[in-house]
Design a protein around this ligand. Structure first.
Ligand code: CU
Length: 342
């Protein structure tokens, strides 16, 4: 894995703006503009095997998934679409699946159907600043949970904040929370993509719980960890693309909730250590990099804290202690260029 993938976006050009960030990358880097631009996005709907963590028995695993990808290879999650309010977003969606797919965006009327084997281009105007989920909304969410989802992040005009008048931050991150049932993948792999239509959502029995597509212990990497210096703050765009409640619990410091499903909190903001999220929820939170108030002895040097999901299944899967669980690191008080030994 690359040490860190800085993907610069937002540079306007005559040909339009490239607005995609890899789906496993948490860091979102943005340069505000004073004008709307055209953002061209190429996404393929593809199917294939996605590697999963080997687990306590060290047996390599993978699961068959349906994916939105920025190339022809399976990719979980779909690429993050980064744009600015008022931008024209042109999406070219190449559906290589044997079934129709849908590109729908939460909280908007955007809902495009692309036939099996078809290639289609559609456009929309970037909605109000905030965090959205794009997803295939068919079959009571089964298609989304099978992997057809990604984040749409809309920045405000001329401002590097999550919304106009919102709090400032040093870096922004996307954390996609998800859970997987490999038995569903086996069904699709054996019986074809059409089998997704007959999967009963009630049969969902997840055994992998992921952050940006990774399960613990693979979640301790630069694509998932939060890192910052004392005095800085991170904006975390949390999305729940999975099929169950996720309850990320932040250790070290509490987070300030700034937006709940794109409803911005402009007055006093609640501080929370647990942010419970239903499927398809989006929450923006600010994590302050400061010495935790209850740190003893006084913290010196880099301090490492966990974020983990308090939903029971994520904690006890594969026998406890988090293998396959939703868990990441928070590193306070150092340059992101170096990482402490665990
Ligand atoms: Cu906890």
């Amino acid at each position: 894995m690359d040490r860190r993938k800085f993907l610069k976006t937002g540079l306007a050009s005559a040909a339009g703006v490239a607005g995609l960030v890899a789906g496993t990358t948490s860091l979102l880097t943005w340069s505000p503009r004073t004008h709307a631009a055209t953002v061209n996005v190429n996404i393929s709907a593809v199917a294939g095997d996605i590697p999963l963590h080997a687990g306590v028995d060290n047996v390599a695993r993978s699961t068959y998934m349906l994916c939105f990808s920025s190339n022809s290879a399976p990719q979980f999650h779909g690429p993050t679409i980064l744009c600015q309010e008022g931008d024209t977003v042109n999406v070219t969606l190449n559906n290589t699946l044997a079934i129709d797919t849908v590109f729908a965006v939460t909280g908007t009327g955007i809902n495009e159907s692309i036939g099996a084997g078809n290639n289609s281009t559609f456009s929309f105007t970037a909605p109000a600043p905030g965090t959205y989920i794009y997803h295939d909304n068919q079959n009571s969410g089964v298609n989304r949970v099978m992997g057809l989802n990604g984040a749409l992040v809309v920045m405000p005009n001329s401002s590097n904040r999550s919304f106009n008048g919102g709090p400032t931050f040093t870096r922004q991150f996307k954390w996609a929370l998800h859970c997987l049932d490999p038995a569903w993948g086996e069904t699709l792999s054996a019986d074809g993509h059409n089998a997704v239509n007959s999967i009963n959502p009630d049969s969902f029995n997840p055994s992998f719980f992921t952050l940006n597509g990774f399960s613990y212990p693979e979640t301790h990497n630069p694509d998932t960890d939060l890192e910052g210096n004392i005095g800085e703050a991170a904006l975390i765009r949390l999305i729940n693309t999975g099929g169950m409640i996720h309850s990320p619990h932040f250790h070290g410091n509490h987070v300030e909730i700034t937006s709940v499903n794109r409803n911005n909190v402009t007055g006093e903001r609640k501080e929370k250590d647990i942010v419970s999220m239903m499927p398809l929820d989006a929450r923006d939170v600010i994590y302050p990099f400061k010495t935790p108030p209850d740190a003893w002895p006084a913290a010196s040097g880099a301090q490492r804290y966990p974020m983990h999901c308090h939903s029971e299944m994520s904690q006890t899967t594969a026998g406890g202690s988090y293998p396959h669980g939703l868990h990441a690191g928070i590193i306070i008080g150092q340059s992101p260029a170096t990482e402490p030994e665990l």
